[in-house]
Design a protein around this ligand. Sequence first.
Ligand code: C2E
Ligand code: MG
Ligand code: MG
Ligand code: MG
Length: 288
Amino acid sequence: YAKEQGRNNWQLYERTLTTRTTARLVLEGDIRKALERGEFRLFYQPQVRANDGAVIGIEALIRWQHPQRGLVFPGQFIPVAEESGLIVPMGEWVLNAACSQVREWQRSGVMVPRVAVNVSARQLGTPDFLDTVAAIIAATGVAADLVELELTESILMDPEAKRIKGLFRLRAMGVHFSIDDFGTGYSSLSYIKRFPIGTLKIDQSFVRGLPQNADDAGITTAIIAMARSLDLGVIAEGVESREQLDFLQRAQCPKLQGYLFSRPVPPDEMEALLRRGRIVLPREGAGE
Ligand code: C2E
Ligand code: MG
Ligand code: MG
Ligand code: MG
């Protein structure tokens, strides 16, 4: 019986594995075609100043406008894009699209704050990363100071990386850097200052537990204090409720991002928001 079951399990395992591998390959091919066909879109989410709701930045987030499946979110394709290396051309497309969008908005008279673009570790590791970023900035004519690259915490684990030099060259051109999902990795904090990092983005998993969860509250407060003492900017991600806003305002977190202020929206909606310039913050005691 055990043997029989073992074999069934194995067959099940094998079948699942094959299905998964095939699905992955199909997806990989679809992503490649989608890049050629121009099916990717950027949505934008505002980052607001905690004391008055002024829109002081926006984050570009990729979406796939799939002809059959509709709007597909990055969780459904970024992992396969990473594994297959397609994240490199995809990342170039993202940066170029974001910089072009900034110029388009500026040409139509909109004041545009800094635009944050997510960069995967694999993209950062390519030998021509520096040149590609510099070329896109030059070609679109965007002010480098308006570009922020969100890196993952894992880059902090390799302080001798050759790429640090490239990052400092980009920083010297005006490009800003932040660490996304900060607090979830295993980076050695002492390495932060070896990189030209300007801002820490507190991961939304900590914000989610605010204000009740004592660990999350402690971690959040500690990151804000650490950022201040290291002279770094700090932004809390994933702010969804008035209670979280209250906590973060009291903790003097200077910048916030989350559904409470706005979901990521298509370019035309972001343009309207940028024309208004600020989001009215829900006031304490006013309910959600
Ligand atoms: P991320 O960079 O940490 O982006 C924040 C994610 O949280 C976004 O999900 C955003 O829509 C979502 N979010 C924002 N506010 C809230 C909130 O209040 N509550 C909750 N529950 N979620 C919130 P999204 O757009 O699905 O992106 C997921 C991840 O995919 C991103 O996490 C980023 O790691 C990756 N990603 C997105 N666009 C790109 C890209 O262009 N290039 C690369 N390499 N990665 C990207
Ligand atoms: Mg991000
Ligand atoms: Mg994040
Ligand atoms: Mg993330």
